[in-house]
Ligand binder design. Structure first.
Ligand SMILES: Cc1ncc(C[n+]2csc(CCOP(=O)(O)OP(=O)(O)O)c2C)c(N)n1
Ligand SMILES: [Mg+2]
Length: 332
């Protein structure tokens, strides 16, 4: 199987489980009024976020969308950093100034999501163009949903990447819904991968609830792009098992549909796979689960100790520092 060591196979499990458990903590904190801003769960989609990001290496740029917390964990963002950010604390990546998912880190090749859907694809196309012009052997990876992929911005981003043969990989998240609108009501094609032919790029469709399949498909696309082969679109077939965000009780979704996808849960499936192939025993899985809970207990405790932001911090990092140096700049 693939090129993954046993330690990496267990790491994939650890990261998917951590994604789910961290989001469960967020939900609890949200209900306690401690999360500031939107909380978008990725229940049922952990495999596609984790498996795709796992195919990257240092120097490759990643831009997650709202349901790709798992990809950030793969790329080294810690649960504590995310807890601080979601609770808008002083020590958070944006020092409490921006909404939950809205943070990036150029030092770690991470770009924060842009709210108008599709726009992130244009930003990432720009980065991919810079990589190509500099002759760097790196790629960019980003995500777009069935809904978001219908925007003009998404089209422009993908088209430019395609025409310029940029090292741009986009995961097309076909998860059944965009808010309360079914995929079929916003998209006439039955599969998103069909977009690839229209743009003249490499396309692949994969079971989004199979972490190894997602990893392998992304790895193929990454290697192709790294070797100058250009853009790739990968459709991951998956399902959004909770409402759009915390305010959405999902009353528009038939019970049987949720049950169908619950039976195809990516983490349960992966545990069965690990056990069947004797990569891990029940005891080892349990040990990882306990480790995650202990790590999260500590991360939550530490994050809650961080105070709310200092008022004088509110403009730091908002405007370019040079503006402050201009004689006409307003003194605060
Ligand atoms: C251009 C634009 N239109 C509408 C919105 C509001 N909005 C945010 S997320 C969302 C649904 C996105 O659905 P999809 O792309 O399928 O992603 P999913 O929620 O399924 O992960 C909408 C309509 C937005 N952010 N930008
Ligand atoms: Mg969707």
């Amino acid at each position: 199987m693939a090129d993954l060591t046993r330690a990496q196979l267990l790491d994939l499990y650890y990261t998917m489980r951590l994604t789910r458990s961290l989001e469960e903590r967020f939900e609890r904190l949200f209900k306690q009024g401690k999360v500031v801003g939107g909380l978008y769960r990725s229940l049922g989609q952990e495999a596609e976020s984790v498996g795709s990001a796992y195919a990257l290496r240092d120097g490759d740029w990643l831009a997650p969308a709202i349901r790709n917390l798992g990809s950030l964990l793969v790329r080294g963002v810690t649960p504590k950093e995310m807890l601080l950010q979601y609770m808008a604390r002083r020590d958070a990546p944006t020092r409490g100034k921006d909404n939950t998912t809205h943070f990036g880190d150029f030092d770690r090749w991470l770009i924060g999501p842009v709210s108008p859907l599709g726009t992130t694809l244009c930003v990432m196309t720009g980065i991919a163009l810079a990589l190509k012009m500099r002759g760097q052997k790196n790629v960019v990876l980003t995500y777009i949903g069935d809904g978001g992929s219908r925007t003009g911005a998404a089209h422009e981003g993908i088209n430019l990447a395609a025409v310029q043969r940029l090292p741009f990989i986009c995961i097309l998240e076909h998860n059944g819904w965009a808010f309360a609108t079914r995929s079929e009501e916003e998209m006439a094609a039955d599969h998103m991968v069909k977009m690839a032919e229209g743009y003249g790029v490499r396309g692949e469709q994969v079971d989004g609830n199979d972490v190894i399949a997602v990893y392998e498909a992304t790895k193929r696309a990454v290697e192709h792009a790294r070797n100058g082969g250009g853009t790739a679109l990968i459709e991951v077939e998956t399902y959004r098992r909770l409402g759009h965000a915390q305010h959405d009780p999902q009353t528009y979704v038939p019970r049987e549909e949720l049950e169908y996808w619950e039976a195809r849960d990516p983490i349960t499936r992966y545990v069965a796979h690990l056990k069947e192939n004797e990569h891990a025993s029940d005891a080892e899985i349990q040990k990882i689960d306990h480790r995650i809970e202990a790590e999260l207990d500590q991360a939550v405790e530490e994050a809650e100790q961080s105070p709310v932001p200092d008022p004088e911090d509110c403009l730091v990092g908002v405007y370019a520092d040079t503006v402050q140096e201009k004689p006409w700049a307003r003194t605060l």
